[in-house]
Design a protein around this ligand. Structure first.
Ligand code: SAM
Ligand code: SF4
Length: 493
């Protein structure tokens, strides 16, 4: 099908070419294929050395990751999983951050074989939220559930272009809801959208975009061509591959990478993520803020989702999560509600730092009359539709604190700066304090009685630890804590 005028004008070749070195992009397909070819199992000393490097919170080299990919010995894998968890503790302690997705529209000019929003899917019910509807959705998320962070998701379409994204972000930040004893408000809106231009990203920076997330879907070029039909906008691999370069140039230096696992060999994709992370660090001095690793899920009227021969089973999925944690030890890792509850529970303990909860992905699904899942309105089917309250309780009963903190971003602790603080463990200290304060807020404002009781036990332990370790900031923490208990909100370090 012919591209429309709007589609033709989207890609600016200059905004790809300027970043390319010696005519080649930074994903050398043949080299990666060679590296992941099954080779001799690395000896134990080599594995130990690599794990020691991960433990010192250094990004691995491509060869080091390839060596880990060749490990088959079960005992070594157990050790790798243990180290992954230790790294998570070292960098992020026992905190996990929560957020919710907010889908803005399902109109799309592309035809990605795996997605129910693709334009040829005529069973999809299409619509784009109006600003009023965006506000209504936000009111439920911030005022009833208690979320402070969103990932706002857009199809690629003239009706959901960069101007629309800017308008909707403003609308989201403008919503303030009176709850029992507080104002519910979204404090950070991350965006998952199509590749944008530098000028557009600058505009989004002005309205306070959080992380800009674009998944490459697959780094494997032949597969990329197959699943993104020629003639569509998304078929342009390089326009997508370099969108994070444009983001960095625009000053949006919190970027989120991702792969849709199930399109191609997962080993190739894990390597692709590392090449991408290293390229950003090399060119801009800062790697990705987060990495996402969604697995291909069933979607209404989308036969490709069951036909792909690369679908990833649970055991390999756990390996993927472990390898990402080891390869880029300080990067945030996002585990979504695509996964079933039992897998989420297990995988969070392998090093994930963020999860979504109370997840609804139909357009208008939070405020409309809507059952948990409606295939005709969703991009794919969810594995976990549990409430935030339930998941927070589950995490707390495992000794984890759910953080609603967004302070780092508001204090300028972002991009390179936050990554350095994370590596040296300093950000962890701010985060620990803010996690306690924001968790206290949420328990008071939104939790069920049952969850509040379990949550308070975790807070008590955290506070005891800070006291025992004699942190000089302890008295101020307790002052803030008491003020929050008495109804004040949004106090942070
Ligand atoms: N339209 C934008 C784009 O393609 O970049 C926004 C992304 S889309 C709404 C969010 C992500 O969902 C995609 O990048 C893709 O990785 C993922 N996705 C699409 N279909 C999926 C499926 N069937 N199962 C799991 N994830 C899927
Ligand atoms: Fe459109 Fe994104 Fe779905 Fe592709 S993955 S069809 S670009 S919404």
């Amino acid at each position: 099908m012919e591209k429309t005028k709007w589609e033709h004008a989207r890609v600016k070749p200059r905004e790809i070419e300027k970043y390319i070195d010696n005519g080649k992009d930074f994903i050398p397909n043949a080299e990666i294929e060679e590296k992941i070819r099954p080779q001799k199992e690395p000896d134990q000393k080599r594995v130990k050395d690599i794990l020691a490097k991960s433990m010192s919170i250094e990004t691995l080299s491509e060869d080091e990751l390839a060596a880990l990919l060749n490990v088959t010995d079960e005992k070594s894998w157990d050790e790798m999983k243990r180290v992954a968890l230790k790294i998570k503790h070292k960098v992020y302690d026992n905190r996990v951050v929560t957020f919710a997705p907010l889908y803005m529209g399902n109109k799309c000019v592309n035809n990605c074989l795996y997605c129910a929003f693709r334009k040829d899917n005529d069973s999809a019910k299409r619509r784009v939220l109006t600003i009023k509807e965006v506000e209504k959705e936000t009111e439920i998320l911030a005022g009833k559930i208690g979320h402070k962070r969103l990932i706002v998701v857009y199809g690629e379409h003239p009706e959901t272009d960069a101007d629309y994204i800017a308008r909707t972000l403003k609308a989201i930040y403008g919503v303030k809801v009176r709850t029992k004893n507080a104002w519910g408000q979204i404090r950070r809106a991350n965006v998952n959208a199509a590749p944008l231009r530098v000028k557009e990203l600058k505009k989004l920076r002005e309205v306070g975009i959080g992380t800009y997330q674009v998944f490459q879907e697959t780094y494997h070029k032949k597969t990329y061509e197959k699943v993104h039909p020629a003639g569509t906008l998304k078929a342009n691999y390089a326009w997508r591959l370099y969108c994070m370069h444009r983001s960095m140039e625009a000053g949006v230096d919190d970027v989120g990478l991702g792969v849709l696992f199930g399109l191609s060999d997962w080993r190739f994709e894990v390597m692709g993520l590392l090449y991408h992370a290293r390229e950003l660090k090399k060119k801009f001095g800062v790697g990705p803020h987060t990495i996402s690793f969604p697995r291909l899920e069933a979607a209404e009227n989308t036969p490709f989702t069951s036909a792909s021969k690369y679908k990833v089973n649970d055991e390999d999925f756990k390996k993927i999560v472990t390898l990402i944690r080891l390869a880029v030890p300080h990067t945030g890792m996002i585990l979504t509600a695509r996964e079933r509850p039992e897998i989420r529970k297990e995988v969070i303990s392998l090093g994930c730092t963020q999860f979504d909860a109370s997840t609804r992905i139909g357009i208008g699904a939070y405020s409309d009359r809507y059952s948990e899942q409606e295939g005709k309105r969703q991009q794919f089917l969810l594995g976990d539709t549990r409430s935030l309250d339930e998941i927070v309780r589950e995490q707390a009963s495992e000794g984890r604190i759910t953080s609603f903190c967004t302070a780092g971003y508001r204090c300028g602790r972002t991009g390179e700066c936050i990554m350095d603080l994370l590596k040296t463990g300093q950000e962890g200290k701010f985060c620990k304090l803010n996690a306690i304060l924001t968790f206290r807020e949420w328990l008071d404002d939104f939790a069920s009685e049952e969850t509040r009781i379990v949550g308070e036990k975790v807070i008590e332990k955290e506070i005891d630890q800070i006291k025992e370790e004699d942190w000089p900031i302890y008295p101020q923490l307790m002052e803030y804590y008491e003020r929050i208990k008495n109804g004040e909100r949004d106090l942070y370090f």
